[in-house]
Design a protein around this ligand. Structure first.
Ligand code: GLV
Length: 327
């Protein structure tokens, strides 16, 4: 009998066609967001789930899905999945690492440049018909070239961000759970390992590229923002929840830091509306990996993982080998 799978959100049609060659597929091209109870209902008879970062795969969802053998997330982050509960229930979990590193790093730079040089703020002003004359002090921002870039979270994406800084002649400092091997530091524009406190005090531009975990909740809060230079920018392409958004709004409002560029938010898409009252923040809707080629690669990677998991092979991006294999 063919395995049954659920594709939780809309995805490229050819990926669905490919999965249909292997499985009985329930898809969701209307792209409705399922409630927790709808998800449980739909997963009752499913062997596999193709998920995205929008679905919360909790211990309760896993417990309500007796046949579920694999959850294959179309994202590198997997904080939407209770991994321990999945492992305990013998459910394999996979993510999509590597395929998005370069695209995400490109976008981190887009956001950093837009933030430091006030691109969207200036564009809104122009569109509002306010451009009557050139001014010597119009939209003065911060330089990137020659400045110090501080990266918190120096995994593969953090390193890709660092590599791009050579063209700007920047000094790179970083903080990470552990120090990188010397050759990786060299390759990441001679990045120097520093404490988080030193990074926050020293960097002109602070970039967050660390994975979310409950231990990392509000890693950047009022105390950390207070350490930053009043001229500094903060860019978050990692996950909502790493920054205390209310504290950031207060810091931006009081000009305790210069500006922020945010692709991720607490409780997204229902983010804190306080950001909308500020002109010194650039806001994007979680699109750092959103190039055509990369989103396709992510979808293909999640499909590869699901096909491998349900055909008895080792999924290429298995996060919990200790889960074993459920019959
Ligand atoms: C995007 O945020 C991802 O985790 O892939």
């Amino acid at each position: 009998m063919r395995h049954k799978i659920l594709i939780a959100r809309a995805v490229f049609p050819d990926v669905i066609e490919r999965l249909e060659r292997h499985f009985e597929v329930e898809s969701n091209q209307d792209d409705r967001i399922f409630s927790g109870s709808e998800l449980m209902e739909k997963l009752r008879d499913k062997d596999g789930l193709f998920s995205t970062l929008s679905e919360r795969i909790t211990a309760a969802v896993i417990a309500a899905s007796p046949k579920l053998k694999a959850v294959c997330n179309m994202a590198v982050g997997y904080n939407n999945i209770e991994l321990d509960a999945a492992t305990g229930a013998g459910v394999m979990v996979t993510n999509t690492p590597d395929v998005l590193n370069e695209t995400t790093a490109d976008f981190a730079w887009a956001l950093l440049m837009a933030t430091a040089r006030r691109v969207t703020e200036a564009e809104h002003w122009l569109r509002a018909g306010k451009w009557e004359k050139w001014r010597y002090d119009g939209f003065l921002g911060a330089d990137l070239h020659g400045s110090t870039l501080g990266i918190i979270g120096m995994g593969r994406i953090g390193q890709a961000i660092a590599r791009r800084s050579t063209g700007f002649n920047m000094r790179v400092i970083y903080h990470n759970r552990s120090r990188l091997a010397a050759d990786l530091e060299t390759h990441a524009n001679q990045a120097q390992y520093v404490s988080r406190e030193e990074l926050l005090r020293t960097a002109d531009h602070v970039m967050l590229a660390l994975p979310y975990s409950p231990q990392m909740h509000h890693t950047i809060g009022a105390a950390e923002l207070a350490l930053m230079k009043p001229t500094a920018t903060l860019v978050n392409i990692a996950r909502g929840g790493i920054v205390d958004d209310a504290a950031l709004i207060a810091a931006l409002r009081d000009h305790r830091i210069a500006s922020a560029g945010l692709d991720v938010f607490e409780n997204e898409p229902a983010f804190n509306a306080g950001f909308l009252t500020l002109s010194n923040v650039v806001l994007t809707p979680h699109i750092a990996s959103a190039s055509e080629a990369t989103r396709r690669a992510m979808a293909d990677c999640a499909a590869d993982n699901l096909i491998a998991a349900l055909s008895g092979a080792q999924p290429p991006n298995l996060l919990n080998p200790e889960a074993g294999r459920k019959e």
